[in-house]
Design a protein around this ligand. Sequence first.
Ligand SMILES: C[S@@+](CC[C@H](N)C(=O)[O-])C[C@H]1O[C@@H](n2cnc3c(N)ncnc32)[C@H](O)[C@@H]1O
Length: 260
Amino acid sequence: MEVIKKTVFKEPDKVKVLFEKGGERGSAEKLARTLGVEFTESPDSVKNADIILRYNKEGLFFESEGQALHGDFSKLRQRLEKGRVDHELLVKAAKFKGEKPEDLAVIDATAGLGEDSVLLAFAGFKVTLYERDPIICALLKDTVRRALKVQWLSDAAKRMTVIEGDSIAELPKLLDPPDMILLDPMFPAKKNSGLVKKKFQMIYLLERQSSDESDLMQAALAAHPRKIVVKRPADGPFLGDLKPGYSLSGKTIRYDCIVL
Ligand SMILES: C[S@@+](CC[C@H](N)C(=O)[O-])C[C@H]1O[C@@H](n2cnc3c(N)ncnc32)[C@H](O)[C@@H]1O
């Protein structure tokens, strides 16, 4: 929390939570309180803001420098429906031979905007999502809340439980070992940041660079899962220098599987 205020809110007065008609008032007030920034219903008072967290009838938008970040699982429809989700490398990496996803509990320890988690939930896994950044977590909760109201997504959304917290602290405290833990800390920054997609530029703005990758791996091991799956850039180093048992590789992404 402290670190986030230092990195994102150099000037907290320039960060505003704006509530508009049809928005979730309770969530907007809670986010303003958590971040220690102003809650307003007046469009005039956000004119000079650097960052606006706008709650309206379409959900929560993080806005800065003319760009907006907003979670939306509907855009994944092509990848999810008609059995296509079972062809996703992540789903293949998460499965256990002869066991149904419906019987398996997985943890996404670095949830972000939940796009990997929704693939898993759509395939049938019960997913608990941990996100430590309060703004990203608010965007994520809002995305899952809206998905609950979309007919073709609602069953998957019901299988997703979002927890605001730091996995490094929380995973070692779990009483029930999960079947699988997914780790996807921030990708190492690209040399040519101009090529980084808009969504990721916004996440870079929000997120602390993960300097604690080996702590994350140690915390995952301490939760005693049956398997850890690590999402990496295709040519990236192993997380925490731990060599996986096997990897599933795509064009740009690699899933390293550590079976325990
Ligand atoms: C690359 S993004 C994950 C993207 C995600 N897999 C998706 O599909 O949307 C990494 C996220 O992990 C979060 N994160 C990093 N370390 C964490 C930790 N120790 N506990 C909880 N969240 C963490 C970051 O705040 C960030 O939102």
